[in-house]
Design a protein around this ligand. Structure first.
Ligand code: BEZ
Length: 212
């Protein structure tokens, strides 16, 4: 199995999930996708992560992003656990959780890291663009819950930089100035970015976020 890298096509699969059989590419359609694994059902950090994902659905919807969770537990286990998530996190789980009992998807996406845990998935994140290419890969250990605000921030950056010749600087958030792509000469940048370009160094040019 080759390691997945940025720019690779997200391997397609059909798997059982809490909402029935799910084919990744068909389910995503023209949407962006976030496929993310967690170690196990009925565990505390995972419960908070999936509750947070459900609460953020309006934010993911705004960005045309579909969330898909995964662990190696069964559909029956997911359905029982969803009741606990809804109760304890005061939400309603509104996205599928894949039941990867045969480890098919975990193996395709290299979500089991044997030196961390021999049989359970780590906290992997794959952001998939509408053309099905992988745009971001993150791996967290079981003991560290992910920051879902960061996932929204990254989506904002990926969607902005997909359509404008800019990059986003450290700690960038919606509305902050952005960096002019290094491939553009400053003279050309001044014509493209009509809100203005500030040249701090020839290689460091800032401009207001162009899509606001
Ligand atoms: C958790 O989700 O709380 C968890 C899962 C596996 C190992 C440690 C923590």
């Amino acid at each position: 199995m080759a390691t997945l890298r940025l720019g690779d096509t997200a391997p397609n699969f059909t798997a059982q999930s809490s909402i029935g059989e799910l084919n990744l590419h068909e389910y995503l359609g023209d949407s962006w996708g976030i496929l993310f694994s967690h170690p196990a059902d009925f565990t505390p950090v995972c419960t908070t992560e999936l509750g947070t994902t459900a609460k953020y659905k309006p934010e993911f919807d705004k960005r045309n992003v579909k969330m898909i969770a995964l662990s190696v537990d069964s559909v029956e286990s997911h359905k029982e656990w969803i009741k606990d998530i809804n109760e304890t996190q005061q939400t309603v789980v509104n996205f599928p959780i894949i039941a990867d009992e045969d480890r098919n998807v975990s193996t395709l996406y290299d979500m089991i890291h044997p030196k961390a845990d021999n049989s359970l998935t780590v906290r992997s994140v794959f952001i998939i663009a509408p053309d099905k290419t992988i745009k971001l890969i993150l791996t967290y250990p079981a003991s560290t819950g992910r920051n879902f605000k960061e996932l929204l921030r990254v989506i904002d950056s990926l969607q902005l930089t997909a359509y404008h010749k800019v990059a986003t600087p450290a700690n960038w958030e919606q509305g902050d100035d952005v960096v002019v792509s290094p491939a553009i000469a400053t003279e050309d940048a001044k014509k493209i970015f009509t809100k203005g370009v500030t040249e701090i160094k020839p290689y460091l040019r800032m401009t207001p976020q162009p899509n606001l």
